[in-house]
Design a protein around this ligand. Structure first.
Ligand code: NAD
Length: 498
């Protein structure tokens, strides 16, 4: 049995006797054991981080950026093996794993430009003989706690920007697919990153609590489910840390009567079922406006869903693979039962799906419900599986209200040919990221990412310029160089630069 160790001080760190099982979701078998660390393991990493961070921060930003350039090259060179490793623990198909790596790399590309974005502001002559300038300085040692569903992209979102800014970074990845994060840390070392600047500690709540309570960790970025996000935010901020914590989602796709339905069906199938629905930017709710639109959409959607191919993650023809664990499969199936019990029309039932030769794999077939009501618990909560719920709206107003009133506010999409309706929708909807004829509106790396309501706690978004703000503090300097002509102005009055 392969053991997955912490990555501390530039190499594996094996200690402790608590382990978590890492499955191959395709076969249902345990394929490795990951260490579940303790506060003592974290302390080991902190010692090294404390030693390494000041020198890294003092390394000029161009040199720090060169490590990022080299890392980008190495990840590209290792793309095939990273994607295979990712798929083997997560279950998503290989092409989708490559997308996971690629979307993270795009943040690394942004981080390659760090010298430019770290430049401060300068005002010459803000007052008589007075200049004011600002600089952005790293926070010191910071941490990221990441979910299972993007084990490459989300760690890179965080450590790419944090490290380029001059911080030392402690990564606590999901214990369900921890191998890719370790591999990324190894590649950062190979790219020239000094030991101790990026370290990976594995674990569950015990390790997370140790991070939340450690005095020397100045900031925490979290991505995961909402209850945990709220907990991380509350405990981390109570301990005086800067925290951003992104949570779950239930994204709606609004279909206006004038939408191109063939395009919608194609986009919806991918956005609802791709990666087995295990994406925070998936579209698990479709909201056609008017019964005529709903009926026409349903007629096209049903055969498209029935035609989806579920397969092992190495099957190049498969649209999606298994979900991550048996427990998650059971949770998704229990939501299917709940929605049926609540009165949803179960048009396509994906329960009981098995794949020949992989009977123990964690597969769930594509599932489609019509006539789902906003009062259903199965609508209000996140299912995070290959389940699409259709909620029929009577009007555009209804369609704006549904995602706006939902507890989650991560992403939303509207499909229409009407520019005015799209513009109104984008302005009014109470959701953080909006797609207009774009089903998965994840902004590019040099913009920022972040949802609203229970999808995001804290006030600074992820990556891009917001990421730089999150991982640095600004220092403001007001300077005066006396020229000997001081006139004895009243020093007891607040200076006004007048
Ligand atoms: P999760 O909340 O179970 O786990 C996330 C992290 O929290 C993991 O590192 C895990 O070890 C840790 N954790 C789990 N239970 C904990 C506890 N009781 N105390 C402290 N730490 C704990 O989430 P997941 O199942 O890995 O990921 C899926 C969730 O993440 C979904 O809800 C999805 O919507 C969300 N997600 C959100 C975004 C976003 O940007 N908003 C992006 C991706 C995923």
């Amino acid at each position: 049995m392969r053991d997955i160790d912490h990555f501390i001080d530039g190499g594996p760190h094996a200690s402790g006797d608590r382990h978590g099982d890492v499955f191959d979701p395709n076969s249902g078998q345990v394929q490795a054991r990951v260490r579940l660390g303790t506060a003592a393991d974290l302390e080991k990493a902190m010692e090294r981080a404390r030693a390494a961070q000041p020198e890294w921060a003092a390394t000029n930003p161009q040199r720090r950026a060169r490590v990022m350039f080299k890392f980008k090259e190495l990840v590209e060179a290792n793309m095939e093996s990273l994607a295979a490793l990712l798929s083997s623990e997560h279950g998503k198909v290989i092409a989708d794993s490559k997308g996971d790596v690629q979307r993270g790399l795009e943040v690394i590309e942004f981080a390659c430009g760090i010298p430019h974005v770290l430049k401060g502001e300068y005002t010459q002559g803000a007052g008589p003989g007075i200049d004011v300038y600002s600089m952005r300085q790293p926070l010191g040692i910071v941490a990221g706690i990441t979910p299972f569903n993007f084990p490459a992209m989300i760690p890179m979102w965080m450590f790419g920007v944090a490290i380029a800014c001059g911080n030392a970074f402690i990564l606590k990845p999901s214990e369900r697919d921890p191998s890719v994060p370790v591999r990324l840390a190894e590649l950062m070392k190979e790219a020239g990153l000094p030991d101790g600047v990026l370290q990976v500690v594995h674990g569950d709540k015990e390790m997370v609590d140790a991070i939340l309570d450690h005095d020397d960790i100045k900031a925490i970025s979290f991505v995961g489910s909402s209850d945990i996000a709220h907990y991380i935010y509350s405990r981390g901020t109570a301990n005086g840390k800067r925290v951003q914590a992104f949570g779950g989602a239930k994204n709606h796709g609004i279909v206006m009567p004038d939408a191109d339905l063939d395009m919608v069906v194609n986009d919806l199938a991918g956005a609802a079922f791709g990666s087995a629905g295990e994406r925070c930017m998936a579209l698990p709710v479709v909201v056609p406006v008017g019964d005529k639109t709903a009926n026409a959409l349903r007629e096209k959607l049903v055969p498209a869903i029935e035609g989806l191919r579920v397969g092992v993650s190495t099957d190049a023809e498969a649209h999606y693979g298994p979900v991550v664990t048996q427990a998650h499969k059971e949770k998704v199936e229990s939501y299917i039962q709940m929605c049926a019990d609540e009165g949803g029309e179960l048009v396509i039932d994906g329960r009981g799906f098995t794949l020949q030769g992989h009977e123990k794999g964690f597969f769930v077939g594509p599932t489609f419900f019509d006539h789902v009501k906003p009062s259903f618990r199965s609508y209000q909560e996140e299912i995070f599986g290959p389940v699409l719920q259709m909620v029929r709206a009577e009007s555009f107003e209804d369609a704006v209200r549904l995602p706006s009133e939902h507890q989650y506010g991560n992403g939303v999409a509207i499909f229409t040919r009407n520019g005015h309706a799209a513009r109104e929708f984008a302005a009014r909807v109470n959701v953080g990221m909006v797609g207009i004829n774009v089903p998965i509106p994840v902004p590019v790396a040099y913009h920022t990412f972040g949802g609203w309501k229970r999808s995001g706690f804290g006030d600074i978004d992820q990556h891009g310029p917001e990421g730089v703000r999150f991982w640095t503090k600004s220092k403001k300097i007001t300077q005066r160089w006396p020229d000997g002509s001081a006139t004895g102005e009243n020093a007891f009055v607040i200076p006004t630069m007048g």
